[in-house]
Design a protein around this ligand. Structure first.
Ligand SMILES: *[C@@H]1O[C@H](CO)[C@@H](O)[C@H](O)[C@H]1NC(C)=O
Ligand SMILES: *[C@@H]1O[C@H](CO)[C@@H](O)[C@H](O)[C@H]1NC(C)=O
Length: 473
């Protein structure tokens, strides 16, 4: 008995622990390399802000006796970071290694000895072979946005050379090593905190992830991370919710995301996998909001068309209509009766929509008299593309099936209306749908991010967008 319950519990665990993401984002080594370039510029700026405090003291120097000295007004002249690497540390984050770096600074010296002798001048300090290694952890914050922190850091100074200008250089040689050590310590102590600052300066950028992206008056998309990023030896993978919701009313659809993972890819900086769950959650939201319905009137039919929305045209196929409602204009209401279902097969996106078409005659006093209701099954093909930071699409009609729902005008051959309704779908409904789809749906984005070299391919159950990115400003 116990064993059976325990087994049942174990079997339930994978279902109850954590949600599968609707969107997966893979940051490749190429993407990290771009990040390294951006990051190094900011670390260099930070290191230029090193402030070296004045150093003063006194030292016994034989045979002169006590020498009082001070070093002041020290300024960083240059910081060079010619060599750096950003490596993935599976399970943790990334490691930034900076080698061969150098810092040059300039300052003033002053000494006083044998009570009355004073001297002063300037000096240059070159710190070479500077090595900085820092581990950066990447996690999810409480809002589902990525957050980075420097979790360990070591800075070592290989060699330092100091050159005094003016004065009694013989004197300085005596305690050169001592001064050199004091300066090195002062620098070494400041490097890691500044690098940690530069790393946490990334967080305001990461906070701009659009965890809730508004789409239109009906829908928004949630892009918060559902778990911490996973770091492998070739990429950092982010699992985002990727779910459309009704604005203000987060109702879950009667289906949930299936686990999926992106194939290993290296050519682009970023890969974004958008699952069929995400697109189906959109269909659910728009259908639930009643947004998938359209009244069609004659003025929406192209002028040149011989087919008009009036009882004369329809009367040619259903004589009762012409007889009972002579000389009236008509109106059609096309709407879905359940959420359209989207399927992704390799290179093939298809939407199956089930709906109704209700035909009305418009009476002279504007009352609508229902004529019939048809059940409509349609299949459309979708072409998807990325435009700016948005995913857009266009549909074409594949197939349409009509059956009679209700007739208010007696029996008639539904088939006879096929060509009229096909024309209505092709020239009115689908162009309207395409205007909406062309506006696009926001993709996950950070700050002022621009996509370049973008391609999109449709695979089984998800689409894969491969892209490079540029940060502007
Ligand atoms: C696309 O997929 C749908 C169903 O998923 C299928 O009915 C249709 O034949 C496919 N089209 C092509 C061109 O393969
Ligand atoms: C509008 O006209 C139709 C047909 O003449 C009639 O049956 C209906 O009662 C009228 N409705 C109103 C609100 O006047």
């Amino acid at each position: 008995m116990f064993l059976c319950c325990w087994l049942a519990l174990v079997a339930l665990i994978p279902m109850t622990s954590g949600t599968n993401p609707g969107v997966e984002v893979k940051l490749t080594e190429k993407g990290l390399e771009y990040g390294r370039q951006l990051g190094m510029a900011s670390i260099q700026q930070k290191l230029k802000t090193i402030k070296v405090p004045d150093i003063s003291g006194s030292q016994e120097v034989s045979p002169i006796g006590k020498v009082k000295y001070s070093l002041s007004n020290m300024q960083i002249v240059d910081v060079g970071l010619p060599k750096s690497a950003l490596d993935l540390v599976p399970g943790t984050g990334v490691r930034l290694s900076i080698g061969n770096a150098f810092i040059q600074l300039h300052g003033n010296w002053r000494v006083k000895y044998i009570k009355i002798i004073k001297d002063s001048g300037s000096f240059d300090l070159n710190v070479n072979d500077l090595t900085i290694t820092t581990s950066i952890a990447i996690k999810s914050d409480e809002t589902g946005r990525p957050v980075v922190s420097s979790v360990s850091c070591a800075a070592t100074v290989g060699s330092a050379s100091i050159k005094f200008h003016g004065g009694a250089s013989w004197l300085y040689n005596l305690f050169k090593n001592f001064i050199d050590k004091a300066l090195r310590n002062a620098l070494q102590k400041q490097i890691c905190p500044l690098v940690a600052d530069a790393v946490s300066d990334l967080n305001p950028q990461l906070k701009t992830l659009n965890v809730v992206a508004k789409v239109d008056q009906y829908a928004e998309i949630e892009y918060s991370m559902v778990s911490s990023p996973t770091v492998s030896s070739s990429s950092i993978d982010f699992s985002l919710k990727g779910e459309f919701y009704n604005i203000g009313k987060h109702q879950e659809p009667p289906f949930s995301p299936a686990a999926f993972s992106l194939p290993p890819q290296v050519n682009n900086m970023l890969y974004i996998g958008v699952s069929v769950f995400t697109t189906n959650s959109a269909a659910f939201v728009y259908n639930t909001a009643g947004a998938l319905s359209l009244y069609i009137t004659d003025d929406m039919i192209p002028q040149g068309s011989p087919i008009r929305l009036n009882t004369r045209t329809f009367g040619a196929f259903i004589p009762q209509i012409a007889r009972r409602f002579p000389g009236l204009m008509m109106k059609l209401l096309v709407k879905t009766v359940k959420s359209p279902v989207i399927t992704f097969q390799p290179n093939n996106v298809t939407v199956q929509a089930t709906g109704t078409v209700t035909a009305y005659a418009i009476q002279a006093n504007t009352t609508l008299s229902p004529l019939f209701v048809l059940n409509l099954e349609t299949s459309v093909s979708v072409q998807l593309f990325v435009s700016e930071m948005r995913l857009a699409g266009a549909v074409t009609l594949n197939k349409m099936d009509l059956t009679l729902g209700t007739s208010y005008v007696g029996e008639f051959q539904v088939k006879s209306l096929n060509s009229i309704l096909q024309m209505v779908l092709k020239v009115v409904v689908i162009p309207k749908v395409n205007v909406q789809l062309a506006k696009g749906y926001p993709l996950p984005t950070l700050g002022k991010m621009k996509l370049v070299n973008t391609q999109l391919q449709v695979l089984k159950d998800y689409m894969l967008i491969g892209t490079d990115v540029q940060f502007i400003g």
